[in-house]
Write a protein that binds this ligand. Structure first.
Ligand code: ZN
Length: 394
């Protein structure tokens, strides 16, 4: 058995252990306890030194295929719709070889910053081979984007074929939808009828909320410029969450990204439906769309996880940077809750229950965040902005 020692061990589902020891055998955690425990297994100990040993991080919402679009980031300052439009334009004219190189670099960054699993949103599914060989656990949300109801059936047929073609690969691919204001009601209903979508962007921008509440000139103009001005849509005059619920989209296990504009009724609904909410605070700040009411989401019983979103809206895929951003936004939020979001809840959201916590039987996918001196409180340290996680070889 390989024994790892660290000044702090954070199991996530239990209190941090000072001078803890983690025993690893055959890729699983076989023993955990205090280094001074007389019953601890014998064997050579690898001391990681001052810092925090924790489960590898789980990035529940990212878009690795957008990693070559960093030059779109400044457009966020001009508003959400301008950013979406720049993203779509730039993406259409991007060099595929550059795109693949950027995904490779993004995967390296994800791993180097202590992340072991990703919920990766993809329209193109062009990088499944790179994910497969990356060593990361990945759930790919194959995101459908089609506002014209006349295309609902063909889009779904094509997606089903691509899903079937991906069966047996090293990554799981699940059908997802982009957002309530970019996917037609028939397509959302059809996805819901098949138990999906597995993920969606929800209540992210004011444009989305206004569009569903009676119309948004900016979003309507954008759709018209995309050649979709002919599509008739009767605004439901509901919040995005209640609109989706009416279509049957809110279901247990759905990973809904952002959820910034959710009122008390929406939060109660999301909690009751068993929806996971993936928050991306740095992306939200950069795009000027506001910040999700995380304490209220948690108080409503919602399982909240953490994501980075894409390099088109943030400058790194370091999930601890989002943990720190959330801590800055909500200083009263318990650091343990933020660390839980970045690990255990993310793992549950992606259907990976043997990741995200440290306990005997769990997979030994670990991260270590070194510290210049032993932190007084490892959880506060992890969300402080000073912590840098890295993978632990076992
Ligand atoms: Zn996203």
């Amino acid at each position: 058995m390989q024994l790892l020692a660290a000044s702090w061990v954070v199991p996530v589902d239990g209190p941090p252990m000072r001078d803890g020891l983690v025993g690893v055998e055959d890729g699983r955690i076989a023993w955990m306890g205090a280094g001074t425990d007389p019953g601890r297994p014998r064997g050579p100990v690898r001391d990681l030194g001052p810092g925090v040993l924790l489960p590898g991080l789980v990035n529940a919402h990212c878009h690795l295929e957008l990693s070559h679009l960093a030059d779109v980031r400044p457009e966020g300052g001009r508003g959400f719709v301008a950013w979406v439009e720049a993203l779509v334009e730039r993406r259409a004219h991007a060099d595929p070889a550059r795109g693949r190189a950027a995904v490779r670099a993004a995967l390296d960054e994800v791993k180097a910053t202590g992340t072991i699993a990703v919920g990766d949103v993809s329209n193109a599914l062009d990088h499944l081979d790179l994910l497969e060989t990356s060593g990361l656990e990945a759930v790919v949300f194959h995101e459908l984007l089609a506002w014209d109801p006349a295309r609902a059936e063909s889009v779904l047929d094509q997606a089903r074929r691509r899903l079937a073609a991906s069966a047996g690969r090293g990554v799981r691919v699940r059908l997802a939808a982009h957002a309530p204001h970019s996917v037609s009601p028939p397509l959302l209903r059809a996805l819901a009828a098949e138990g999906g979508p597995a993920a969606i962007h929800l209540a992210e921008s004011e444009a989305e909320s206004r569009f569903l509440d009676g119309g948004d000139p900016d979003w309507s103009a954008f759709l018209a410029r995309r050649g979709l001005g002919h599509v008739r849509f009767a605004p439901p005059r509901q919040t995005p969450a209640r609109y989706l619920d009416g279509l049957g989209v809110l279901h247990p296990g759905l990973v809904a990204a952002h959820c910034i504009r959710v009122d008390a009724r929406d939060r109660e609904l999301l909690g009751r439906r068993g929806v996971f909410v993936a928050v991306c605070p740095r992306s939200n700040r950069n795009l000027g769309v506001g910040i999700p009411p995380v304490p209220d989401l948690l108080a409503s019983g919602i399982a909240v996880c953490l994501g980075t979103d894409s390099l088109a809206s943030v400058d790194s895929l370091d999930l601890l940077a989002d943990a720190a951003a959330l801590h800055r936004e909500f200083p009263a939020l318990e650091p343990s809750a933020i660390v839980h979001m970045a690990t255990a809840t993310g793992a549950r959201a992606l259907g990976l229950p043997d990741l995200g916590t440290l306990a005997p039987g769990q997979r030994a996918a670990l991260a270590f965040s070194p510290a210049p001196r032993v932190p007084d409180d490892p959880l506060t340290f992890l969300v402080s902005g000073a912590a840098r996680a890295r993978p632990v070889e076992t």
